[in-house]
Design a protein around this ligand. Structure first.
Ligand SMILES: [Zn+2]
Length: 314
């Protein structure tokens, strides 16, 4: 065995239906993958204790039905598949974006000193969508739980902005019950009113699909966006909508969706903004939103060198 192989034993296999994904086949792809690991010709061969040598296994499968089915067909456990589905959600809508012919590949550490858990949590996962690669890389957190990051060390997954616009003040807070100054009756206020001059652009706070765009009693011109589960957001009293949007349109985080107005039951220009979690209105100023986490310092440097190694294998 060459010294490169001692450090990086790579097996490459192609998962097919009815083939046990745990059966590793050494193919000629493995030699190519190993050859990509750089080693200066003049330097002495690295000596790695045999017991600690990581054994990387690369598996891939076509997407025939869902990402989850493809991931599980190459040996990813169900819990990790759910974590990965969330990790890819910022870039991809897994239920709409994947087409037959797209592929999922993953690098596993199948070294002998690893627990069974580790061998089912891939170190790197790529979704090949057409000719575009979407990659995430494993970095366990302090509690040993798997978290996936994009190659720049930012945690992968949906990100939310808290505020959809530059506003001057909160003109009415979220409340379960309040006196409505227009209707002159007690009712709950399912969102927050953010005062801003008419015409101020209103932006989507996260990626999503427009579930409703149009006029509704009370709300006036309103946009409802289905964001990555379990979130949805509502933007009401708009003077007008951004051009080209309709029900079913996809929007990116920060995309302008409309402009502040006072359509519907509104006494002055403001945005009525709602955040629903599993269909239940929450206080938009306080609700827990998915945040990005960035690796830094030594952790980032180690992560980056591992990313370079793993990317060469995908
Ligand atoms: Zn309101």
């Amino acid at each position: 065995m060459s010294s490169a192989c001692a450090a990086y034993l790579v097996t490459h296999e192609r998962a097919a239906r009815n083939v046990d994904p745990d059966v590793s086949l050494l193919s000629k792809d493995s030699t190519q993958a190993v050859a990509r690991v750089p080693r200066p010709a003049s330097a002495p061969a690295p000596v790695a204790p045999a017991a600690q040598a990581p054994a990387y296994t690369v598996r891939e499968a076509p997407v025939e039905r869902t990402f989850a089915a493809a991931a599980q067909s190459i040996g990813v456990d169900a819990g990790t598949t759910a974590i990965l589905s969330r990790a890819f959600r910022d870039e991809l809508d897994l239920s709409r974006d994947l087409r037959p012919g797209d592929r999922v590949s993953a690098v596993f550490d199948t070294g002998s000193d690893n627990s069974k858990d580790a061998s089912r949590q891939p170190l790197a996962v790529r979704i090949m969508r057409g000719s575009t690669a979407h990659d995430v890389f494993l970095q366990k957190n302090l509690h040993g739980q798997p978290v996936y990051y994009s190659k720049d060390g930012v945690s992968a997954g949906p990100a939310f902005e808290r505020y959809p616009l530059d506003f001057t003040r909160v003109s009415s807070a979220f409340s379960l019950r309040r006196f409505d100054p227009v209707l002159h009756r007690w009712q709950s206020h399912d969102g927050v009113d953010l005062a801003a001059p008419a015409g101020t652009p209103v932006r989507a706070t996260a990626r999503g699909v427009i579930r409703f765009i149009g006029r509704q009693a009370g709300y006036g011109n309103v946009v409802v966006i289905q964001n990555p589960a379990p979130f949805s957001t509502t933007f009401a009293h708009l003077s007008r909508f951004a051009k080209g949007l309709r029900s079913g349109s996809r929007v990116m985080r920060d995309q302008v969706i409309g402009y502040v107005g006072k359509t519907g039951w509104a006494t002055g220009p403001h945005l009525h903004f709602e955040v629903h979690v599993n269909g239940v209105p929450q206080d938009p100023l306080k609700v827990d939103l998915p945040r990005k986490r960035s690796l830094a310092g030594d952790e980032l440097r180690q992560f980056e060198s591992r990313v370079a190694q793993l990317t060469a294998l995908l």
